[in-house]
Write a protein that binds this ligand. Sequence first.
Ligand code: NAD
Ligand code: DAU
Length: 335
Amino acid sequence: MKRIVVTGGAGFIGSNFVRYTLNTYPEVHVVNVDKLTYAGNLDNLKDLDASRHTFVQADIADAEAMAKAMEGCDAVVNFAADSHVDRSIMEASDFIATNVRGVHNILEAAKAQGTKRVLLVSTDEVYGSIAEGSFRETDPVGPRNPYSASKAGGELLGLSYFHTFGIPVIITRGSNTYGPYQYPEKVLPLFVTNAIDNEPLPLYGDGKNVRDWLFVEDHCRGVDHALRHGTPGEIYNIAGENERENIALTTKILECVGKDDSLIRPVKDRPGHDRRYSIDSTKLKALGWEPQMDWETGVALTVKWYQENEWWWRKIKTGEFLEYYKRQYADRGSA
Ligand code: NAD
Ligand code: DAU
């Protein structure tokens, strides 16, 4: 693979993936297609080697622009998405446009151009909540919020293009990802940056919902591994194997920042809040991938990154972010 199109490469995981790819494969040129929504940020790409990285500002929901960007590529890896569950609960139409219609455009361009690999980055959320045990790739999907439903829609279209047209589609389903460059609407960077500023940490419900935490570089290696070693038509779970209740994550963050529990503010729960996510990645492990970061070290590293990179997040936590924050949290009160 010499020319890889990465969509959503100015976002959190996408930018880490572009960096990982350029550092790992000296022969690869990345074409990075990103609309630059509120979550896209060219600051995430500042340190990249410009001679092997072309940035194209375009919308994956624009069929013509997407087909043009994919001309001559060997593979496309789709990270572009509207990705925040709470925003999908407020208003879901952008989620459908990008996560379903946008994926359709990528599949159509791949079909017209004979692209050798189409990797659709998806999420463990498509399975829904599980009380005990862990989901395998053979389990049915059961998404329970508009975000995860739109991701499942994109996946199903992808699989249909594999079965109907033989398009070499591979799907990955990753767990909750954390690390540098994550937009501070997601729980971990939100709580870290609020704690630094002595602002309350709005913990939903009883704080006992469980998420599986996957360090961003482990996620990027997993996507890359599936791209290079996976079989078309197959789905691969990418688990962090670090399941924690939200309250445990919250107290760990406070410990790392050096603040006490009085900053925790229990607030009204997220509607339809999935109780527990858990996936089994035996299938990807059999191909030679495994997560490397242990949770304590990963959280400490991430907190340190936010402490040392205020230049990155302080300008984000203004304007659009503050408007969103007010809408999202103003009426939540205490649980
Ligand atoms: P993010 O919100 O940080 O970044 C999304 C990027 O996509 C942004 O740069 C944005 O500008 C771009 N984008 C949005 N709509 C677009 C469009 N129509 N056309 C082109 N670009 C567009 O998201 P993330 O957390 O980095 O997630 C990346 C992918 O990984 C998503 O597909 C998400 O569903 C999946 N995922 C995320 C997690 C997680 O915990 N963050 C876990 C599993 C899977
Ligand atoms: O599981 C993978 C998914 O993880 C990805 O597909 C999504 O793109 C990503 O956003 C993430 O979804 P979650 O909804 O799990 O992430 P979020 O950071 O929004 O919330 C994590 C947990 O923390 C969840 O149980 C809700 C809770 N939470 C979240 C926020 C923003 C709070 O208690 N308070 C908050 O303010």
